[in-house]
Design a binder for this molecule. Structure first.
Ligand code: ADP
Ligand code: MG
Length: 466
C-alpha cells in the first residue's frame, strides 16, 4: 500500500515524465497541416524549410484519400516533413458539412489559380520559401518512400555553418561561414586565416622586418617605399584623422612606449615626459608621396601603429576573400571587430551581443547585423588602474594622456575598417560630441556606455529588442 504522501510524489513524478515525453515527441516529429499560406511561407523562411502544397478534394476524390493515407499519414512523411517542410493543406471539399470558412475558400482558390492551373487532384506542389515552384507530384501507388526520395532529390541541400577560431594580431579571431555541403568550408576559412596573417605581417610594428617597422625606423631620416596596400591603409587612416579632427591618429604610436597597459606596472610617465613625446603625434607629419608610394615620418622618434584600425582592415579583407570565393554568408570576428554578410543558417540576420563592460551580465544589448560591421572599443579589456582611476589603452593625441570617461563605444557601419577607426575616435572625442559627430555621418551609428553605465544611442541606432 502506498501512503498518501508517496502516492502524491508518485503522481508528480509520473506527470513530469509524461510531460517530458510529450514535449520531446513534439520537438522531434511535430507534424501539423498548415492552412494559412502566408504564415507557411514566413515560417519556411525563418526555419529554412520548403513548402509543400497538397491540393486535395478530401470528400470526393478517391486518389486524394489514398495519397493522404499512404503518403501523408505515414510516419516517414511526418518525420521528414517535421524537419524539412511546411505542409499546407489546400482542400476543396464538396459536401456542405465539410464546408470551409469563406476566407479559407478564397485563399485555396487563389492558390489553385497560381499553382494548380489545370486543376489536377490530387497534386503535391513543392515550393521554396519565396513561393517559387521547385517540383510537382501526382499520386502514384507505392507508398511514401519513393515520394520522399523524389522530394529529397528536389530540395536543395541545406546550408551548413562552419566555424574556426585562431589567434592573430594579439587577439582571438573567429570566422564562421554558411555554405552548401559540397563546399570545402574548412579549406576556405584556412585561406582566409592566411590572408589575415599576411596582413598582420605587413602592418605589424613588432616585427622588425615589416614595412611598417621600416617606416618607423626611418622616421626623420628618409622616405620608405611601401606596397600600395600599406600605402592605401595609411592614406585612409589620415583621412579618418582629418574627419575626426585628429582624435584618431596612427602616429599615437610615437608615445605608446611611455605607457604599459599590460598590468606590469602602475606607474604613469611624468608630465614632462608626456609633453615632450606628445609633440611627436601629428598625422600631418606623415608625408605621403603617391608617385613612388613612399611614406616619410617627418620627425625623428615618430612612429605609426595600426592598433586601432588593423583588425577592422583584416576583417574586411577576410570577408572580401571569402565573398570572392563564392561564400554568400559569413561573419568574421577579429578580436571583437565584427563584420557580417548574408545570414546565419537559421534566421535573416546575425544577432550580435554588445558586451556588458561591468560584466554583470554577458550582454547589455543585441544588434542585428545585415551586411554590416560592428566594432567596439572598450576600456574593459586593456587598461591600467592608477590611484583607483581606470585608464584605457586609447590615447588622446592632443594631450598624450590615456582617455577616461567612457566604458565602451560600439560603431555600426558597412565597413569594418572605418568602424574600427571611428570607435577609437569617438572614445577620444567623448560621449556628447561623439554622438553629435556620428549623427552627422551617413550610415554610421553608435552605442556609447559611459563610466556611470549610462547608455547612449545615435539617431538611427536600432537594437534587437528580443
Ligand atoms: P581594441 O584594440 O581593444 O579593439 P581599439 O580599436 O580602440 O581597441 O584600438 C586601441 C589601440 O589603438 C591601442 O591599443 C593603440 O594601439 C591604438 N591607439 C590608441 N590611441 C589611438 C588613437 N588616438 N588613434 C589611433 N590609434 C590609437
Ligand atoms: Mg579601433
Amino acid at each position: 500500500m502506498f501512503t498518501p504522501k508517496l502516492n502524491f510524489k508518485f503522481t508528480l513524478v509520473m506527470s513530469w515524465l509524461l510531460l517530458s515525453i510529450v514535449s520531446r515527441a513534439q520537438q522531434s516529429a511535430f507534424f501539423v497541416w498548415e492552412t494559412d499560406f502566408e504564415h507557411a511561407l514566413q515560417t519556411a523562411k525563418k526555419e529554412d524549410k520548403s513548402v509543400l502544397l497538397y491540393f486535395s478534394g478530401s470528400d470526393w476524390c478517391k486518389p486524394c484519400m489514398k495519397m493522404k493515407q499512404e503518403i501523408f499519414n505515414s510516419v516517414s512523411y511526418k518525420s521528414y516533413a517535421a524537419q524539412n517542410l511546411i505542409s499546407v493543406l489546400v482542400d476543396f471539399p464538396r459536401y456542405k458539412r465539410n464546408a470551409l470558412p469563406n476566407e479559407q475558400i478564397r485563399q485555396n482558390e487563389q492558390l489553385a489559380a497560381t499553382y494548380n492551373e489545370k486543376g489536377i487532384f490530387p497534386l503535391a506542389v513543392l515550393l521554396n520559401a519565396s513561393g517559387q515552384i521547385i517540383a510537382t507530384a501526382n499520386y502514384k501507388p507505392g507508398g511514401s518512400l519513393p515520394f520522399l526520395a523524389y522530394l529529397e532529390s528536389k530540395i536543395k541541400p541545406k546550408n551548413q555553418s562552419t566555424t574556426h577560431s585562431f589567434a592573430a594580431m594579439g587577439s582571438p579571431f573567429e570566422i564562421t561561414i554558411v555554405t552548401s555541403p559540397e563546399v570545402n568550408a574548412n579549406e576556405l576559412i584556412a585561406k582566409a586565416e592566411l590572408e589575415i596573417r599576411r596582413i598582420e605581417k605587413l602592418i605589424s610594428s613588432w616585427d622588425h622586418h615589416s614595412q611598417t617597422s621600416k617606416i618607423n625606423t626611418n622616421a626623420g631620416l628618409s622616405p620608405v617605399k611601401v606596397d600600395t596596400e600599406l600605402y592605401g591603409l595609411i592614406e585612409r587612416s589620415i583621412k579618418v584623422s582629418r574627419l575626426t579632427g585628429g582624435a584618431f591618429d596612427i602616429s599615437f604610436a610615437s608615445i605608446n612606449h611611455i605607457y604599459t597597459f599590460d598590468g606590469s606596472t602602475n606607474d604613469m610617465p611624468s608630465e614632462e615626459e608626456v609633453s615632450r613625446s606628445v609633440q611627436l603625434i601629428n598625422y600631418k607629419d606623415i608625408l605621403l608621396n603617391p608617385l613612388d608610394t613612399s611614406v616619410f615620418l617627418k620627425k625623428v622618434g615618430m612612429k605609426i601603429g595600426f592598433g586601432a584600425i588593423g583588425k577592422g582592415y583584416a576583417a574586411n579583407m577576410a570577408k572580401k576573400f571569402l565573398i570572392n570565393n563564392g561564400v554568400k554568408n559569413g561573419i568574421v570576428n577579429a578580436g571583437g571587430d565584427l563584420c557580417a554578410w548574408g545570414a546565419p543558417v537559421n534566421g535573416n540576420s546575425w544577432k550580435i551581443g554588445i558586451a556588458d563592460p561591468s560584466k554583470e551580465k554577458p550582454f547589455i544589448a543585441y544588434v542585428d547585423l545585415n551586411d554590416l560591421a560592428m566594432v567596439t572599443s572598450g576600456n574593459y579589456e586593456r587598461f591600467i588602474f592608477i590611484d583607483n582611476v581606470k585608464y584605457a589603452h586609447i590615447i588622446d593625441p592632443r594631450t598624450g594622456h590615456p582617455v577616461r570617461g567612457l566604458k565602451s563605444v560600439s560603431i555600426v557601419c558597412p565597413d569594418a575598417e572605418l568602424a574600427d577607426a571611428l570607435a577609437t575616435a569617438v572614445f577620444v572625442i567623448g560621449a556628447k560630441n561623439g554622438l553629435a559627430f556620428v549623427n552627422q555621418l551617413e550610415n554610421v551609428e553608435c552605442l556609447i556606455i559611459d563610466d556611470n553605465n549610462k547608455i547612449m544611442l545615435s539617431k538611427n541606432m536600432r537594437l534587437n529588442e528580443e
